[in-house]
Design a protein around this ligand. Structure first.
Ligand SMILES: [Zn+2]
Length: 345
């Protein structure tokens, strides 16, 4: 896929392609084509991500960091339950699913590998810790170690693999609470910045409202990280859409990722506003659907990953979004957002 370079994108990219910027264009486009993302099946070209759902879950277990363990679910049972939903979206044209369940909340890379093989979908997993929900999903060492020590653990997962496997994270997933950032959550953001500098992994942060999002962005700025390395997760929880515009203007990815039939109208309005500001190349869309729930009968109620096809795409077409713009949001933006590259200012 030949990526189009607007002047602004070119300037952003030139920061992390500094060696390439002095070269003639054919070489530059070669470098962009060589962009990679990391899936549970290994590294692939970013241009092979195809149509992607960037925030979904296979399994989530809210039991808490103290009690969680892999024997709380049976992988065979989970595969049996989840595989039909993955095959369903594969049939609708999805090529890549980004699985956003962090460690201590049910991240199970062996399960993801099995599901990826059987569904023939690319699945991307993550490293990082989730401080939202009042720190109950943080392991004990997260309270005692400093940002460098936490980053060291996440960098090791990128270098060596997760949970004794050779499966590597394709991005970072951290999480903070709704209000002003606590010291604990500032530490997580700093650990993410350190990890980014070492690995080039994108930082997706479960955040919600603009207040903590802009605080996170400020910390990343201080740490010298370009904001196109940051995904503002659950940005739909911010009521004031001017904040979405502002964050996108600063380079951050705005992730509207709780899509269901009831939110189609609002998401469409936000997309229109971003489009009017020429910022459609900064937005990501997904369902936050799934997921198998250990402890419930047969994993409980599972929500399919299909509302985008059923409700959102028709609404976008009715509202004048072109096929090219739809491709920007579901194909081009995910491949750029999850490309592994050090983005520094
Ligand atoms: Zn989620």
């Amino acid at each position: 896929m030949l990526m189009k370079l607007s002047r602004r994108n070119f300037l952003q990219r030139s920061v992390y392609l500094s060696a390439a910027t002095a070269l003639p264009l054919p070489t530059l486009s070669y470098v962009l084509k060589a962009s990679k993302v990391m899936t549970v099946g290994g590294s692939i070209k970013a241009s092979h991500m195809g149509m992607s759902l960037i925030h979904e879950h296979v399994l989530v277990d809210f039991i808490g960091a103290e009690k969680i363990s892999f024997d709380r679910w049976d992988r065979v049972q989970v595969v049996k339950k989840v595989l039909p939903y993955l095959k369903e979206i594969k049939g609708l044209g999805i090529k890549t699913l980004v699985e956003c369940t962090p460690a201590y909340l049910g991240r199970d890379v062996h399960l993801l590998e099995e599901l990826s093989e059987q569904s023939e979908l690319n699945i991307i997993t993550n490293t990082g810790y989730y401080g939202a929900r009042n720190n109950q999903h943080l392991p004990q060492h997260a309270f005692t170690e400093n940002a460098e020590q936490l980053a060291d653990r996440w960098i090791k997962e990128f270098e060596n693999g997760i949970d004794g496997s050779s499966i590597k994270p394709g991005f970072m997933k951290i999480g903070v609470d709704n209000g002003p950032l606590s010291d604990m959550h500032r530490k997580l953001v700093r650990a993410a910045a350190i990890t980014h500098k070492a690995t080039g992994l994108t930082i997706a942060s479960h955040t919600g409202p603009a207040l903590p999002a802009f605080e996170e962005m400020e910390i990343l700025n201080e740490e010298g990280i370009a904001l196109n390395a940051f995904i503002w997760v659950h940005a739909q929880h911010e009521e004031d859409s001017q904040k979405h515009v502002e964050a996108a203007q600063q380079g951050a990815w705005v992730s509207l990722d709780g899509l269901s039939e009831s939110s189609v109208e609002r998401y469409t309005e936000i997309l229109k506003l971003l489009k009017a500001n020429k910022l459609l190349d900064k937005v990501l869309l997904s369902h936050d659907a799934g997921w198998y729930r250990p402890g419930e009968v047969e994993g409980g109620q599972f929500r399919a990953y299909t509302d985008i096809f059923e409700f959102m795409l028709p609404a976008m077409r009715e509202n004048g979004f072109s096929e090219k713009e739809i491709r920007t949001i579901f194909v081009s933006n995910p491949s750029k957002a999850f490309t592994i590259s050090k983005r520094l200012v």
